[in-house]
Design a protein around this ligand. Structure first.
Ligand SMILES: NC(=O)C1=CN([C@@H]2O[C@H](COP(=O)(O)OP(=O)(O)OC[C@H]3O[C@@H](n4cnc5c(N)ncnc54)[C@H](O)[C@@H]3O)[C@@H](O)[C@H]2O)C=CC1
Ligand SMILES: O=C(O)C1=N[C@H](C(=O)O)C[C@H](O)C1
Length: 255
């Protein structure tokens, strides 16, 4: 058998990090060489070909900078990215052009399909709103998936000459009643005991609606996508945003 790909995990004692460690250990072509959490020395990551980060929005940028400087490829599931943060990562990669960093707000294949379908459908409807629903231990709102979905929907609607959200006659509202606007699209966040990770994209037109719903019932749902990214990130020097680029699904129009 050929040599196994060496993988390090940051956030290894967390919900996602622990699941990633188990998935890597179960994969015959991968070897878990470092499983680190907050406060640990990062030196053992020098033995890794690829580092996986599932930490916190506060910690992730410093981890990526360290990995890029050390020439390690990075698969990032941690959320909290916006254009400014992605530009910062691109800047570091400019100094290390052989390194690949893949940032994905959601590694669930069905979740990626839901995002792609939402972008594809967005131009056919008057209104679009997003409802994301998560476990109550989640520290960021709205979710990274909802943010990315809103951005993709807004881009598709702008390309079709449409406003991002839809008609809305609301004249008075309590703070938050109409959700947050992400790229102009209303996004509503629910935190509920018993949930893992769920999202609905609601599209409305004349006398009809379309609801796209995705449910992650278990964190193993993210593992095929994480392992695909681990195996492929070295082939993609520079920054890749979104698992869709590894799934050949990134077309969102007929042209
Ligand atoms: N892209 C995706 O498919 C998914 C992304 N996520 C995201 O992953 C992140 C982690 O989620 P959970 O595992 O649920 O959180 P968690 O709170 O269970 O785990 C985070 C872990 O990171 C550790 N940590 C904090 N700072 C660190 C540092 N500097 N170095 C190493 N470890 C550090 C914490 O001690 C903790 O063990 C969140 O941003 C979440 O939104 C979660 C699920 C799927
Ligand atoms: O914190 C979570 O649990 C999740 N985070 C990601 C996000 O913010 O989109 C992915 C998934 O929704 C689970």
């Amino acid at each position: 058998m050929s040599e196994r790909l060496a993988v390090g995990v940051l956030g290894a004692r967390g919900r996602m990090g622990a699941t990633v460690c188990a998935a890597v250990e179960a994969a015959p072509d991968l070897a878990l060489v470092a499983a680190l959490d907050a406060g640990d020395d990062r030196a053992p990551l020098r033995a890794a070909d690829v580092v996986v980060d599932f930490t916190t929005p506060d910690a992730v940028l410093d981890n990526i900078r360290w990995c890029v400087e050390e020439g390690r490829h990075v698969v990032v599931g941690t959320t909290g990215f916006d254009d400014g943060r992605l530009a910062t990562v691109r800047g570091w990669l400019g100094e290390s052009p052989k390194v690949g960093v893949l940032v994905a707000p959601n590694f669930g294949v069905a979740a990626v399909l839901m995002m792609m379908f939402a972008a594809r459908a967005a131009r056919y409807f008057d209104s679009v709103e997003i409802v994301e629903l998560h476990h109550p231990n989640k520290i960021d709102a709205p979710s990274g998936t909802a943010r990315r979905t809103a951005e993709l929907v807004a881009q598709a609607r702008a390309a079709a000459g449409l406003a991002p959200g839809g008609p809305d006659a609301t004249a008075t509202a309590l703070d938050g009643a109409r959700g947050a606007r992400v790229a102009g699209v209303p996004v509503h966040a629910v935190r509920l005991a018993g949930l893992v990770a769920h999202q609905e994209v609601l599209l409305g037109g004349s006398g009809e609606t379309l609801t796209l719903r995705h449910d992650s019932y278990d964190r193993t749902s993210f593992m095929p996508g994480v392992l695909l990214a681990v195996r492929r990130v070295a082939d993609r020097p520079g920054l890749t945003v979104g698992l869709e680029h590894l799934l050949d699904l990134d077309r969102t129009s007929d042209s």
